[in-house]
Design a protein around this ligand. Structure first.
Ligand SMILES: [Zn+2]
Length: 434
């Protein structure tokens, strides 16, 4: 299935690799291996900006491993550009360049391709098991592989039995294969977009169960069966009693939690809990440093792209830690319980300077994030809580599925249990996409 990788290697510079490729040629991505997560990586693009895969994905994305000398890549790229145009940029192309001596950014600019270019992707190609060019992948927003050109058996090529196509020259083969790959890719794109279209309401809530993450000092969620089964009257009946700390799982922090005289859970105006929202993505920073604190610069960088944070917006901080739920060690730094475990907490949060900047310079309605606390795990004074709550800005903690949201243009409904006099409470939070 990978024989195209051998065909592509024809220059003397590349001939040294031939032996290697021959040895390691077994198919890296057989058909059965789609729908699996592709390996994570972090790579700088041609302008030096770092990209973290899959945390920085915005949705379905084409990943192309290519080289400027590869005739198959040359034939394929116009098709990819037409996909970019057709879907109005919603299906971006990450062009990972490897085994190349040319400047890839210059090459793409020359042909007018609107792809994000990553030079020096040889290591990532290895990691992904891509032995030859082109490596053409479609991944979804969480980095699962939905399509790969390596998964198409040779004998499925229309009107080209494998033995016949073998006898053609490279450019002839490229001219036949590239549109076929592109057509298969389009089918995969349409399939994933249909799936996404059904999914306009995203649940940002972790379910409550025995694994739900609570603060180390709090007991876990308890569900007691009161009755389950057939009644004497002949009908089926279920009812339970649950017990939970206010601050566990996906939950609300009411301002009173850290600010005397401010709002309790039942006193927060509903318009603070329902409305337009944005995602500020700091997952690349947080992946490199689990004690990361979201900074003023992160908000300024977001505003440089999207404009000033609108008045009354709900801000969701995407650290990427939501994906580690409910593994306490990975999610919060420790699975120990009790007061001594609090010092062992390591997870990202909002820096108090950024909290102060938000309340002084912007007028947000609420803030949420995908970690256990708006202050980072190592905080000893919970200063971001205190600054925000002093201004009656509630917080949503342990929020789920932030990686499935766009950066802007959606609404959030965050309705906590209406506990009279509560300092917070279990929260059902959802996003509604346009
Ligand atoms: Zn809380």
């Amino acid at each position: 299935m990978l024989h195209q990788s051998l065909e592509n290697i024809k220059t003397p510079v590349k001939s040294a690799m031939l032996a290697l490729v021959l040895v390691f040629a077994p198919a890296a991505w057989p058909e059965a291996q789609t729908e699996i997560p592709a390996p994570e990586f972090e790579l700088a693009d041609s302008s030096g900006l770092s990209f973290h895969f899959p945390a920085n994905l915005d949705g379905p994305t084409i990943v192309l491993f290519w080289a400027s000398w590869c005739p198959y890549c040359k034939a394929l790229m116009p098709h990819l550009q037409s996909i970019v145009d057709e879907y109005q940029g919603q299906i971006p192309v990450l062009a990972l360049n490897f085994r190349d001596d040319e400047d890839p950014a210059e090459y793409l600019a020359e042909y007018g391709y609107d792809f994000r270019v990553f030079p020096l992707a040889d290591e990532v190609a290895n990691l992904w098991g891509v032995k030859g060019t082109p490596g053409l992948f479609l991944v979804d927003g969480s980095g699962r592989i939905l399509f790969s050109n390596f998964s198409i058996p040779e004998d499925t090529y229309p009107s080209d039995p494998a033995d016949e196509i073998q006898s053609l020259k490279h450019y002839q083969k490229a001219a036949r294969k590239a549109p076929f790959w592109a057509a298969q890719l389009r089918l995969a794109i349409d399939k994933v977009r249909e799936r996404t279209a059904d999914d306009t309401i995203i649940d940002l809530t972790h379910a409550y169960d025995a694994d739900t993450v609570y603060w180390p000092t709090a007991p876990g969620f308890e569900l007691e069966i009161d009755f389950k089964g057939m009644t004497d009257g002949g009908w089926y009946y279920e009812a339970n009693t649950f017990r939970s700390a206010e601050h566990g799982g996906t939950h609300l922090d009411a301002p009173i939690h850290f600010a005397e005289g401010k709002q309790h859970a039942d006193e927060i105006p509903l318009d603070r809990l329902i409305g337009p929202a944005v995602v500020v993505d700091v997952s690349a920073h947080a992946a490199a440093n689990r004690d990361y604190q979201v900074s003023v610069d992160d908000f300024k960088a977001w505003e440089a792209v999207h404009g000033e944070l609108p008045e009354g917006i709900i801000v969701l901080l995407h650290t990427g830690f939501g994906k580690l739920w409910p593994d306490r060690v990975r999610y919060m730094g420790t699975d120990e319980r009790g007061a001594d475990a609090v010092a062992l907490l390591h997870f990202p949060g909002l820096h108090p300077d950024a909290a102060a900047w938000l309340v002084e310079n912007r007028s947000i309605h609420a803030i949420g994030l995908d970690t256990p606390s708006i202050d980072y795990g190592q905080s000893e004074d919970f200063n971001s809580h205190r600054i925000l709550f002093e201004h009656n800005i509630p917080a949503f903690e342990n929020v789920a599925n932030l990686e499935r949201l766009p950066k802007i243009g959606f609404e959030v409904i965050a309705l906590p249990m209406k506990i009279r006099g509560g300092s917070g409470g279990p929260l059902r939070i959802v996003a509604i996409l346009p």
